[in-house]
Write a protein that binds this ligand. Structure first.
Ligand code: ZN
Length: 298
């Protein structure tokens, strides 16, 4: 069974938020035209397109990430239309007014499962009490996990649109998850892209905290930051420190018409195999762990 733990739901609301940030009065249609991407239409239309795409590639289920704060309702619509196929993730800015209320609403009323933190984007340290309160709300409301983007952060669509991205990468240190992870030991934390360049720190944090997981998503082009890194070596390292049960396959697919990024799957499957990871362990990484963390809700 193949499950993708990292896909973005680029909804109309997502694009209208970017248009507003750019301040030129663009419509969603005009913005998509400029990007040469498909206009997503309503959340239901986009959700159906995702299902079709997963079917085409033999992917059973996927995460869908609401990729700007305030877009929870779009992903919630997709999840409630296809509850067997999608698990809702949502970006939250802990510095925003009513962040805790938003998280509570998303996890309870909307049925989303994972709050996503981008400390470098939102200029907030993971040790900040506002982050603690958001994580506490996820735990208290029985949300499933917290996703924490660490390491290098570059948002392709922002670059393409010429939107400023004054990210403070120093705030994305995986070691600063450890206090939270140890405070909420039953709550899984997911670090995407093996820490996006901070592999060593991610492994250190994961060694100290049994609830820290990684996702394997994207092309992981951060491997060029250190001499001699290969994806095979990265898989070997993560296997030896975290073990297969704390690695979640993902692609980081987002826009259409590109759709689901099969090439990422093919290259990661090859790297995992070359790393000597057994079929049983690969079954966990590429699907089983997702099932365990995010069982289909009846
Ligand atoms: Zn992503």
């Amino acid at each position: 069974m193949l499950n993708d733990s990292h896909c973005h739901f680029f909804s109309s609301h997502f694009f209208s938020t970017l248009a507003r940030q750019r301040g030129r009065g663009d419509t969603v249609e005009a913005l998509c035209m400029e990007l040469q991407w498909d206009d997503p239409g309503s959340p239901n239309v986009l959700a159906d397109r995702w299902v079709q795409e997963l079917d085409t590639h033999g992917v059973a289920r996927s995460a869908l990430i609401a990729s700007v704060p305030g877009d929870e309702a779009s992903v919630a619509a997709a999840v409630s239309r296809h509850p067997q196929r999608f698990v809702g993730f949502f970006m939250v800015d802990p510095t925003a007014d009513q962040a805790v209320e938003r998280v509570t609403h998303a996890v309870t009323t909307l049925g989303l499962r994972v709050a996503c933190l981008f400390p470098a984007m939102h200029h907030v340290a993971l040790t900040d009490p506002r982050v603690h309160r958001v994580v506490e709300a996820v735990a208290a409301q029985h949300g499933t996990a917290v996703f924490v983007h660490c390491g290098v952060l570059s948002v392709g669509v922002r670059k393409k649109l010429g939107l400023p991205s004054p990210f403070d990468l120093s705030l994305g240190d995986p070691l600063s998850i450890t206090r939270l992870a140890l405070t909420f030991p039953r709550l899984p934390f997911i670090v995407p892209h093996f820490g996006a360049g901070m592999l060593r720190e991610t492994m250190m944090a994961g060694d100290a905290c049994p609830n820290i997981h990684v996702d394997t998503s994207s092309s992981n082009s951060w491997i060029r930051y250190a001499p001699g890194w290969t994806m095979t070596g990265v898989f070997k390292t993560a296997m030896s420190v975290l073990g297969a049960s704390r690695m979640l396959f993902g692609t980081d697919s987002s826009f259409y018409p590109r759709g689901w990024q099969r090439a990422v799957y093919v290259s990661q499957k090859a790297a995992a195999t070359e790393a000597g990871i057994s079929e049983t362990d690969q079954a966990l990484i590429f699907g089983g762990n997702f099932e365990r963390l995010f069982p289909v809700r009846s």
